[in-house]
Write a protein that binds this ligand. Structure first.
Ligand SMILES: [Mg+2]
Length: 129
């Protein structure tokens, strides 16, 4: 059982599908703001008024919010967990292969080779959801 599964299920039922999607959209925007503040602290753009500790706290809070929302939207819209996992594997494999090509480091290739190879995104018809 996933952590907070009962609590997330109850919140999902209470919010309803459209509210879950709306809240996720808002929380993603808040996470974008926290990411922007982090990058500003690194010297990209005007420095924020927030301290590094505050910005780390914002990232933690907004990541938690978005993770909750993702779980709620998956449940509220009955999205296929296995399809999401396979999509993650595909995207991770694609990036790991890209890192191997960029760096020549075999570690990336070995990790990529360990992931499933179940679809070819050149053919959109291959998607099964
Ligand atoms: Mg938030």
């Amino acid at each position: 059982m996933k952590k907070y599964e009962t609590e997330i299920a109850a919140c999902t039922a209470g919010n309803g599908p459209d509210n879950c999607v709306e809240i996720m959209m808002e929380e993603c925007a808040e996470l974008i703001q926290a990411c922007s503040k982090y990058l500003r602290l690194q010297g990209l753009g005007a420095p924020p008024r927030d301290t590094p500790k505050d910005v780390r706290g914002m990232l933690v809070e907004e990541i938690a919010d978005v993770k909750i929302c993702i779980e709620q939207v998956i449940r509220a819209l009955s999205l296929d967990q296995e399809a999401i996992s396979l999509e993650m594997a595909f995207k991770l494999k694609r990036r790991l292969n890209g890192l191997y090509k960029e760096t020549g480091d075999e570690v990336y290739k070995d990790i990529a080779d360990g992931l499933c190879d179940w679809k070819n995104f050149d053919d959109e018809e291959e998607k099964y959801w």
